[in-house]
Write a protein that binds this ligand. Structure first.
Ligand SMILES: Nc1nc2c(ncn2[C@@H]2O[C@H](COP(=O)(O)OP(=O)(O)OP(=O)(O)O)[C@@H](O)[C@H]2O)c(=O)[nH]1
Ligand SMILES: [Mg+2]
Length: 366
């Protein structure tokens, strides 16, 4: 999958207005014709519009300046100069434009039909015919055109995933996304294998045209991530627009810590791990931590079935009654997980998620 670029800085400039013209009528047998300088044309505007075929800001790494042409100067015989043509900068849905210096939001293109004027072209200057008065019939001046505007913008695009995977490093997030989607992230037996978010498109059903949703696999979180430990929490901004999170518990880590004799201990450890990360999510963003979560106890393949059932019961006693037992690697419990996700996303309260789908398709992930 292509590396996801979600930030770019570009300079945009609207056109200057063309100057008004100083000219006089020249007619046979009329020695002193009146003023006839035409108006300058308006400079081109720079607009931003959503293009549903775009999914990343990659193009802006190659082209960083967008300039609309100037209006042409006015001409004699009261002929106006032509306007500069407008430039439309096409961006993916969900792109946010910020002032690169102050960070202030200039525009949010989260509306599918968004088309926003960002730099207005300068007005054309008036030709000298506008300035004739009864006492001053032959003005030898005209108005200059107004200058265009220049802005340096930071473009930001959040990954518009429907479902976010959270968990400790090594919990098996990348393995899971690789089993349920076509994404092929790096998977390895060490912490912080995933350094940048991966997107995967999950199809419900096998037929072409059956519904899909987008899952984001992000780097692992650890205690203190909100203070910058590990890879920090910066990447969590990619989960801000998800509908729900799947919180993966690392069953292998708990086995190592507690052994396989006391289901209550393992359950306690699982709840502890979940709550540690919930606290990190909450420090990063209370809104993110209040999102609905599906709790999945992963690496179930390493456990004896009966023991695992006991773990589930013990977790229920601790207030977590709805835990899915899964294994990404061994493909255990994945269909029930996908069913749950599909019901939530496509059920009666399900949202329309055109944002994410459009993006992912264009990104070639599907
Ligand atoms: N036994 C078992 N091992 C698994 C399972 N899922 C993942 N693993 C192993 O766990 C290790 C970590 O897997 P990853 O998928 O890279 O974990 P991650 O959560 O993406 O890790 P980070 O990217 O570091 O946050 C790898 O060695 C995987 O093979 C599972 O269901 N069962
Ligand atoms: Mg990973």
């Amino acid at each position: 999958m292509a590396r996801f670029i979600d930030e770019a800085t570009i300079t945009i400039r609207s056109g200057n207005g063309g100057a008004g013209c100083v000219a006089f009528r020249r007619e046979k047998y009329v020695p002193r014709g009146g003023p006839a300088g035409g108006d300058g044309g308006k400079g081109g505007d720079v607009w931003f519009a959503v293009d549903h075929n775009l999914a990343t800001l990659l193009d802006f790494r190659y082209r960083r300046a967008y300039e609309a042409p100037n209006g042409k100067p006015g001409q004699g015989s009261n002929k106006a100069g032509p306007d500069g043509e407008d430039v439309v900068v096409c961006v993916p849905l969900g792109t946010i434009l910020k002032n690169a210096e102050t960070g202030e939001i200039v525009a949010d293109l989260s509306d599918p039909g968004a088309r926003i004027l960002i730099c207005k072209g300068g007005r054309g200057g008036k030709g000298n015919s506008h300035f004739a008065t009864s006492t001053h019939q032959a003005p030898k001046f005209a108005q200059p055109g107004e200058p265009g505007e220049e802005k340096v913008l930071k473009l930001e695009l959040k990954l518009l995933a429907d479902v976010g995977l959270v968990g400790y490093p090594n919990a098996g997030k990348s393995t899971l996304i690789s089993k349920i989607s076509a994404a092929r992230p790096k998977i390895a037996d060490y912490a912080f294998t995933t350094l940048t978010p991966n997107l995967g498109v999950v199809r419900i059903g096998k037929e072409v045209g059956s519904p899909t949703f987008v899952v984001a696999d992000v780097p692992g979180l650890i205690e203190g991530a909100s203070l910058g430990r590990g890879l920090g929490t910066k990447f969590l901004k990619h989960l801000e627009r998800t509908v729900l999170l799947v919180h993966l518990i690392d069953g292998a880590k708990l086995l190592k810590e507690f052994g396989a004799d006391d289901a209550a201990e393992i359950a306690k450890g699982a709840v502890r791990d979940k709550e540690i990360l919930d606290a990190e999510l909450n420090t990063f963003s209370p809104e993110l931590s209040s999102k609905e979560q599906i709790l999945a106890f992963n690496k179930a393949d390493l456990y004896d079935d009966r023991f695992l059932e006991d773990v589930r019961k013990e977790m229920g006693k601790l207030g977590y009654k709805d835990v899915l037992l899964i294994s990404g690697a061994a493909h255990i419990g994945l269909d029930p997980l996908l069913d749950r996700l599909a019901k939530r996303l496509f059920g009666p309260d399900g949202l329309k998620r055109t944002h994410a789908q459009v993006q992912a398709t264009a990104d070639g992930v599907a």
